[in-house]
Design a protein around this ligand. Structure first.
Ligand code: NIG
Ligand code: FE
Length: 424
C-alpha cells in the first residue's frame, strides 16, 4: 500500500495561501478552492488543487483515498495563547462575579490567579500531565492542531519547572504540537508581596537562564497590567528572556492601559495579547510594527465585559491580527476556537474570513511557524480540520456548536467523530 494519501470531497478547501502575515484587506483572502483535493506524503502536503487537477497525477492514482463527502476543510487552528497546565477550576468565583464581585477585587483578596497557584503547587506532575492530555484531546476534537502553552501558575522555581517539564513531556506523547512559553511573571507570588523586584531578580538571574539552558521554552511572557507587573519590570524580564533566546510575548492593556503595547513594539515582541484598553496612538504603533495583535474575546465574554478589543480599528490600520482562546480557569475557560470565531465576528465585527485568517496563518506567524503550519500549501504539514458544514461562514454562524468531524495532524487522524470511508 502506498504511503501517499489522496484527500478529496473538500467542497471548500480553504488554503490560506498568500502573503504572510496578513494585514488589512489581505485578511479576507482565504485562497479557497471549490471541490478541492490534497495529496499528502510523510505528513506533508505534496500537492493541493482542484480534485480534477490532483486526480490526474500519477502518484494520486496509486494513493490511499479518503473522500470527505463534501465538507469544508481548513488548516488546523493554531491556538497561540493558552494556559494549558492548571489545577482545579474557579467555577465558584464565576458565580461570585455573576453576583457582583469583580475579577480584580477577587484577585486582590488572594483569590484569582493565586488560588490556582495554591492548587497547582500542591498537584502532582503526573496528575497535571493527565489532565492536560485530556484537554489536548478536546482541543483536537474542536479542530486545533497547534497549542501554545504558558507556565505561570507555579510562581516559584520548582513549580514553574514542574509545569514546563509536564508540557515538554506531553510534547513527546501527544499528536498535537505544543509550543511552550515561560510565564513566571504572571503575578507576584505571596512570598515576594513586599519586594516584587526581588522576584523579578529571581526570574532574570536564575529562572530564565535555567529555562533557556534546559530548552524548556521558546517564548517568555509577562502579565504587564494593573495588579501584576509594571512596564519597567516587564522590560527587564523580557529583555533577559530575549538575551537567552526566548522571544517576547506580552499580556498587554487588558485591565488598564499601562503602556505595555508600546513596550511590545519597542522590544519587537512576537505578540501583544488582549489589547482591550489600547488607545489610537497604540493602534498606530502596533500597525506600523511586526508585533502580532492576539485578541482573546473569550475573556470579555466569560467576564461579562462589554468592551472588546478594537479589532476593526486594528485591522483597518494595518495591524497583524490573530485570535486565540486564552484557555485558562480564570478568564476564559474554553478551548473551542470555533466559539472564538463566533465572538470575533459578532462582538468585534471581524468577518468570518478575517476570523479564520487570524486563527490560522497569522497565529502561526506569531509562533514563528508560518513556514510549517497555518496554511495548506505544498511542503507544509498536513495539519487540517474538517467541518461538517457546506460553507465556511457557517462555522461561526452556528455558534457554540462543534462542527469538527475530523482533525489531521501531520497527515494522521488526531480526531475522528464519525468514521469516514477510507477506500483503498
Ligand atoms: O490571560 N491576564 C492574565 N492571565 C490570564 C488570566 C489567568 C487567570 O485568571 O487565571 C489571562 O486572562
Ligand atoms: Fe492569558
Amino acid at each position: 500500500m502506498s504511503d501517499t494519501l489522496l484527500i478529496t470531497g473538500c467542497k471548500q478547501l480553504v488554503t490560506l495561501r498568500g502573503p504572510v502575515p496578513r494585514r488589512g484587506r489581505a485578511l479576507r483572502e482565504l485562497g479557497m478552492i471549490e471541490d478541492g483535493a490534497l495529496l499528502v506524503r510523510d505528513g506533508r502536503i505534496l500537492a493541493v488543487g482542484t480534485r480534477k487537477a490532483i486526480e490526474r497525477r500519477k502518484d494520486a492514482r496509486r494513493a490511499r483515498k479518503l473522500d470527505l463527502g463534501g465538507r469544508v476543510v481548513l488548516p488546523g487552528f493554531v491556538d497561540s495563547h493558552t494556559h494549558l497546565v492548571f489545577a482545579g477550576n474557579r467555577a465558584e468565583e464565576y458565580e461570585r462575579r455573576i453576583s457582583g464581585a469583580t475579577y480584580e477585587r477577587i484577585a486582590r483578596a488572594g483569590g484569582g490567579i493565586l488560588s490556582t497557584v495554591r492548587k497547582l503547587r500542591a498537584a502532582d506532575a503526573n496528575a497535571l500531565a493527565a489532565r492536560a492530555s485530556d484537554w489536548l484531546s478536546i482541543f483536537s476534537a474542536h479542530g486545533t492542531t497547534t497549542v501554545e502553552a504558558k507556565s505561570g501558575y507555579g510562581l516559584d522555581a520548582a513549580s514553574e519547572l514542574k509545569i514546563l517539564r509536564v508540557m515538554n513531556a506531553l510534547r513527546r506523547h501527544v499528536r498535537l504540537d505544543i509550543v511552550p512559553t515561560f510565564m513566571g511573571a504572571h503575578v507576584v507570588p505571596p512570598e515576594f508581596k513586599k519586594r516584587p523586584d526581588a522576584y523579578v531578580d529571581l526570574l532574570v538571574h536564575r529562572l530564565i537562564p535555567q529555562v533557556a539552558r534546559e530548552g524548556l521554552a521558546e517564548f517568555c511572557d509577562v502579565f504587564c497590567d494593573r495588579g501584576a507587573f509594571t512596564v519597567e519590570q516587564a522590560r527587564r524580564i523580557l529583555t533577559a528572556g530575549r538575551a537567552c533566546g526566548l522571544a517576547p510575548r506580552i499580556h498587554a492593556e487588558q485591565l488598564a492601559r499601562t503602556g505595555a503595547a508600546r513596550l511590545a513594539v519597542e522590544l519587537h515582541a512576537a505578540s501583544a495579547d488582549h489589547l482591550e484598553k489600547v488607545n489610537a496612538a497604540d493602534i498606530r504603533a502596533l500597525a506600523a510594527s511586526d508585533v502580532t495583535c492576539t485578541l482573546l474575546p473569550g475573556c470579555c465574554f466569560h467576564l461579562g465585559l462589554a468592551h472588546y478589543a478594537p479589532a476593526r480599528k486594528l485591522i483597518d490600520a494595518g495591524a497583524i491580527v490573530a485570535l486565540a482562546t486564552d484557555f485558562n480557569p480564570g478568564t476564559s475557560p474554553t478551548l473551542n476556537m470555533q466559539m472564538v470565531l463566533s465572538l470575533a465576528c459578532t462582538q468585534m465585527r471581524m468577518t468570518p474570513a478575517e476570523s479564520i485568517t487570524a486563527a490560522t496563518i497569522n497565529a502561526a506567524y506569531s509562533l514563528r511557524r508560518a513556514d510549517r503550519i497555518g496554511s495548506l500549501e505544498v511542503g507544509k504539514f498536513a495539519d487540517l480540520a474538517v467541518f461538517d458544514v457546506s460553507d465556511y461562514r457557517e462555522i461561526p454562524y452556528y455558534f457554540g456548536i462543534n462542527h469538527c468531524q475530523y482533525t489531521f495532524k501531520r497527515g494522521r487522524a488526531a480526531h475522528r467523530r464519525n468514521a469516514l470511508a477510507l477506500r483503498h
